[in-house]
Design a protein. Structure first.
Length: 284
């Protein structure tokens, strides 16, 4: 009988596990708290969406019970039936761990492709992040490249934004400066970092531009705003942003004074040693 065998039955009635103890809810609580603590997501800045496994969600929720429907703001037909856990709009990351049901929501893309069915959360009448279209568009792009993709994470890491303000809007140049500042960089993100010019956030236009970049990059910087990171799990997406931010900090602390940068020959050696393929056109 599969997953239903794992669900307890009491007096003939199906009793599901406590959703607050679900690994995907707990992980969102830990991650948002960590991001706030690191200063990446001030106030209600930043958002996360994670694609969930339907069978795992069914252990905690009745998938036939829809609390309400919410327009997504664009046609997400490529994701019909997919279930996501998403941070709420206007919600502070620091509060997620104390009240997940208000600050998070679990949604399913409805059959019309333009509506999300709320299965759990946003209990104060709230809704998902205003940047959900950018998230869903990015999920579509990454899933086409990697079927194991699951996470889109957006944050405002200080040094990454600072470095972005003093560097040309040139993704190969930006990537090169990161690679030259920290040996870990070329190993962690050999595919480089995409960059968008300053755009109005929360719009379909920036979502479409981000999704286009996501066909090539797992990381995309929004000029004067922040960064998007993606991954097969929360650790991968978090680790990508974490490595960029640490390296950007090194770059900014040494700005104008660095006498030692990693030569391209060493970067090529690192790529060979760790069996990664660097973004073409960056190394001389």
């Amino acid at each position: 009988m599969g997953i239903m065998d794992d669900l307890k039955k009491t007096a003939g009635k199906l009793v599901r596990k406590n959703i607050l103890e679900a690994p995907f809810v707990q992980e969102m609580c830990r991650t948002t708290a960590n991001m706030y603590r690191l200063g990446w997501d001030e106030r209600n800045g930043g958002n996360i969406s994670c694609l969930l496994d339907e069978k795992e969600v069914a252990e905690y929720l009745d998938l036939n019970e829809v609390i309400r429907t919410i327009p997504t703001g664009f046609d997400a037909s490529a994701l019909i039936g997919r279930i996501f856990i998403v941070t709420g709009t206007g919600k502070y990351f620091k509060n997620v761990e104390y009240d997940p049901e208000t600050n998070l929501g679990i949604i399913r893309i409805a059959k019309d492709g333009t509506t999300a069915e709320l299965l759990w959360g946003y209990k104060d009448g709230g809704r998902f992040t205003s940047e959900l279209p950018a998230h869903l568009m990015s999920h579509i792009s990454r899933l086409a490249i990697d079927p194991a993709h699951r996470v889109v994470m957006h944050s405002h890491p200080t040094y990454t934004i600072a470095m972005n303000t003093v560097c040309p809007i040139d993704e190969k140049e930006f990537t090169h400066r990161l690679w030259q500042s920290n040996t870990e960089s070329i190993v962690v993100f050999p595919d480089g970092v995409g960059i968008l010019p300053c755009m109005v956030c929360g719009t379909n236009e920036i979502g479409e531009a981000t999704a286009e970049k996501m066909k090539k990059f797992r990381l995309v910087v929004w000029t004067n705003h922040g960064i998007y990171g993606t991954g097969r799990d929360m650790d991968e997406a978090f680790g990508l942003i974490e490595t960029v931010e640490k390296t950007a900090q090194i770059y900014m602390l040494s700005l104008g004074h660095a006498v030692n940068v990693i030569p391209d020959e060493i970067l090529k050696g690192l790529a060979k040693r760790f069996d990664v393929t660097p973004l073409e056109g960056v190394l001389k």
